[in-house]
Design a protein around this ligand. Structure first.
Ligand SMILES: Nc1ncnc2c1ncn2[C@@H]1O[C@H](COP(=O)(O)OP(=O)(O)O)[C@@H](O)[C@H]1O
Ligand SMILES: [Mg+2]
Length: 217
């Protein structure tokens, strides 16, 4: 898949680690700088993918096997990538995505123990050679993350309801993703204050894409 040079930035990490909070802040900051930006979140983002989101997140924990879950996440992603993500990048629109292929590596590859290589192959089948230009990985002790998510929602979704050892393996999975992709991935200490994290993120975005930022104004 080809793209037109607009930055593609993903936000990854466990439950309640602050991804959506920071996507919203960066989205607002870029809009204020007159940058065309599209913010997406997975699973979902197209009518078909939203149906899949409903299946994956809002049913019983036992309903899907790990392989089925990995395929459903990938099906949702395929729809989103071809219908919205690639068309936006091709038009020069910046794309921020709340979860992407690294979440499948961490959740299904590590959490469900399907293995890094198997999920890496599935990801490649799903998105071909499309890779984020930059990925912020929010690292947080999973107990605290789940607590934050529960305070936020008052209830657990299907994946949040997996046991704590699943979420510990997910955290290990994200650490492995960072280790294998040191240039693309920036580790964010999700214990820091929201405004400190947003400054770190903006600084990194400016450092990497500052030229594109001023060119599009
Ligand atoms: N750095 C932070 N410190 C403390 N609380 C935070 C921080 N970032 C987000 N939160 C809060 O934690 C909860 C989960 O954040 P959210 O952005 O929804 O996480 P995620 O999208 O990763 O699940 C929200 O109630 C949010 O306001
Ligand atoms: Mg979120």
């Amino acid at each position: 898949m080809s793209k037109n040079g607009a930055p593609f930035i993903t936000f990854e990490g466990g439950e309640g680690s602050g991804k959506s909070t920071q996507v919203e802040i960066l989205n607002r900051t870029l809009l204020q700088a007159d940058i065309d930006v599209l913010s997406l979140r997975e699973p979902g983002g197209t009518p078909g993918a939203e149906h899949i989101r409903e299946l994956v997140l809002h049913r019983d924990t036992e309903l899907w096997t790990p392989v089925t879950e990995a395929l459903l996440m990938s099906a949702s992603r395929s729809d989103l990538v071809s219908k919205r993500l690639i068309p936006a990048l091709d038009k020069g629109v910046w794309v921020l995505c709340d979860r992407f292929t690294d979440s499948t590596l961490a959740y299904q590859g590590f959490g469900h123990k399907l293995g890094y290589e198997a999920i890496d192959a599935l990801n490649h089948f799903t998105v071909s050679d499309l890779k984020p230009d930059l990925t912020f990985v929010f690292e947080l002790n999973p107990e605290l993350g789940l607590e934050r998510a529960e305070v936020r929602d008052g209830a657990k979704d299907r994946i949040e309801a997996y046991d704590i050892n699943f979420h510990r393996r997910v955290a290990e999975g994200f650490a492995e993703v960072i280790k294998r992709n040191p240039d693309r991935c920036i580790s964010i200490n999700a214990l820091l204050d929201i405004d400190i994290i947003s400054k770190q993120i903006l600084q990194e975005v400016d450092r990497r894409f500052g030229k594109q930022k001023s060119a599009s104004v």
